[in-house]
Design a protein around this ligand. Structure first.
Ligand SMILES: Cc1cc2nc3c(=O)[nH]c(=O)nc-3n(C[C@H](O)[C@H](O)[C@H](O)COP(=O)(O)OP(=O)(O)OC[C@H]3O[C@@H](n4cnc5c(N)ncnc54)[C@H](O)[C@@H]3O)c2cc1C
Length: 459
């Protein structure tokens, strides 16, 4: 990496990539990611992305989002997200994203807490379809450089202005953590983290945080293990405003496994297509389309009543052919784990899934620190309130990534970095990372993140 870019984007999920595509072509942009290019939650999104189908659905879409969020949502943010959705989908289609269609027209699906079908999908691999197409376009842009296995460990701040970031490079970050949990069944709970090596300062005029969620801090989560809420820890250190950080969504249905590590999600759209939850005697015990937090509660109650550590989900009513066509990825993964979903119910259990809170941003993605923006799951604009409505997060990530990038483009001002080397060199003794061994800093960050991110609200 060079030691100066115009804009640094931390994270290469949909938020990071879409932001990069909306920055001017004449800006020198770096995107860094802790893991491999394809190791981010955006690739994992199965169910789909919400869109305002037509004006008739506006009031219901708004109300469904608010009700799921326990009316703690920011109304302006919700309106902005819904009103921006058609443009976002048009753009995605222009980037080559393919959504399911019948006779040329979009087909819409439904998930829990939606009163209407308004979700576009690509099989059960919507996130991969969107993210891989965006990544392909990013790779074509000569002004954007992508760096894998580079971790932001701090920002370069003076007087509440962000002048760049500190990074450490390690080819094993992300990948190793995933592999351990997958193949060796070693517990990679909250205490595991890979020690980084070389730490360097990278300056920029603007930084965009697009660092995803906090699942890596939890023992059982659907998220990639390297998503550890780093922006929360850095915000605590630099007094950047946070919002709703105890609002953590637990997904009611992930594939049960005795080992820990990343949990495989059984998408809400499976329940949207009529799958039923069964108790240990095979009886249906709940309305499967309750909002995620309420359904999680009901499943936990049921498990406590039965003294079990999972319940079961059956989708057999759909028929083998339809299941394989509609949910090929879920079918294949369950089969690999020894469950044929066309023939039998599968064991499911709630797990950490989504972070509603995060770094506080306004409607244009500004954080409370100058020259620092945030978008996607790492940011909190209040759109989800206390609980996210299914399939609103890809949309929200794209809307705010675009708005942040456009805001930077519109108000672009170069920062003066002439004093930085000397200043940040001197600041070492004040606690910048090179001053400490990385091990110490790591523990401190984890302490901060763990202290600040609590699953106090289960969905
Ligand atoms: C299994 C699963 C299914 C989902 N299904 C849906 C769905 O159907 N519809 C929907 O709308 N949403 C869904 N979601 C949620 C949605 O996928 C995410 O909220 C969204 O993709 C977040 O995008 P992002 O760009 O903010 O973050 P991510 O895609 O998670 O990307 C974060 C990036 O930041 C990088 N990063 C983090 N910290 C650092 C650091 N310190 N230094 C450098 N890089 C860093 C990571 O390496 C990663 O590249 C699902 C989530 C999961 C886990």
């Amino acid at each position: 990496m060079k030691n100066k870019y115009d804009v640094i984007i931390v994270g290469n999920g949909v938020a990071g990539l879409f932001a990069a595509l909306h920055l001017p072509n004449d800006k020198d942009i770096a995107i860094i990611t802790k893991g491999d290019m394809e190791e981010c939650d955006s690739y994992l999104a199965q169910g789909g992305i919400c869109v305002l189908k037509n004006e008739d659905d506006y009031a219901a879409f708004f109300e469904d989002t608010m009700r799921a969020g326990h009316y703690e949502n920011d109304r302006d943010a919700v309106e902005l997200m819904i009103r921006s959705s058609q443009d976002i989908i048009r753009e995605l289609v222009d980037y080559g994203v393919e959504f399911e269609r019948k006779q040329g027209e979009f087909t819409y699906t439904k998930e829990g807490a939606h009163t209407a079908s308004r979700i576009l999908h690509h099989e059960d691999l919507t996130g991969k379809e969107i993210t891989s197409k965006l990544l392909a376009h990013v790779k074509e842009r000569k002004n954007i450089s992508l760096f894998e296995h580079v971790t932001m460990v701090d920002i370069l701040e003076r007087d509440n202005v962000c002048y760049g970031i500190m990074v450490s490079e390690n080819p094993e970050t992300g990948k190793l953590q995933e592999n351990i949990s997958k193949t060796k069944n070693v517990d990679v709970g909250e205490s595991e983290y890979i020690v980084q090596e070389k730490v360097s300062r990278i300056y920029s005029d603007y930084v965009i945080w697009a660092c995803g969620g906090v699942g890596g801090l939890y023992k059982h989560s659907t998220n990639y293990r390297h998503l550890t809420g780093d922006t929360v820890a850095i915000s605590v250190k630099h007094n950047i405003e946070l919002k709703d950080i105890s609002y953590v969504q637990i997904h009611p249905t992930t594939l049960y496994a005795k080992t820990s590590g990343r949990r495989f999600l059984i998408s809400e759209s499976v329940r949207g297509e009529g799958a039923v939850l069964l108790d240990k005697d095979g009886n249906r015990f709940v309305d499967e389309l309750l909002p995620r937090d309420r359904l999680t509660e009901k499943i936990r109650e049921q498990m406590a009543k039965e003294g079990t550590d999972h319940v079961r989900l059956s989708v057999t009513h759909m028929g083998a052919e339809e299941i394989k066509k509609r949910f090929p990825n879920i079918y294949k993964t369950c089969m690999e784990q020894g469950y044929d979903i066309t023939k039998e119910p599968i064991p499911v259990v709630p797990a950490q899934h989504y972070f509603m809170g995060g770094v506080k941003v306004d409607l244009d993605g500004h954080t409370s620190m100058n020259r620092l923006y945030a978008a996607g799951e790492t940011a909190c604009n209040g759109v989800h309130g206390a609980n996210r409505l299914a399939s609103n997060s890809l949309l929200e990530s794209l809307v705010w990534a675009k708005r942040g990038a456009e805001d930077i483009a519109e108000h672009y001002e170069c920062a003066d970095h002439s004093w930085c080397e000397e200043y940040f060199e001197d600041e070492k003794s004040e606690g910048y990372i090179p001053d400490k061994s990385y091990e110490d800093v790591k523990d401190e960050y984890f302490y901060l993140a763990r202290e600040k991110v609590r699953p106090g609200f289960t969905g």
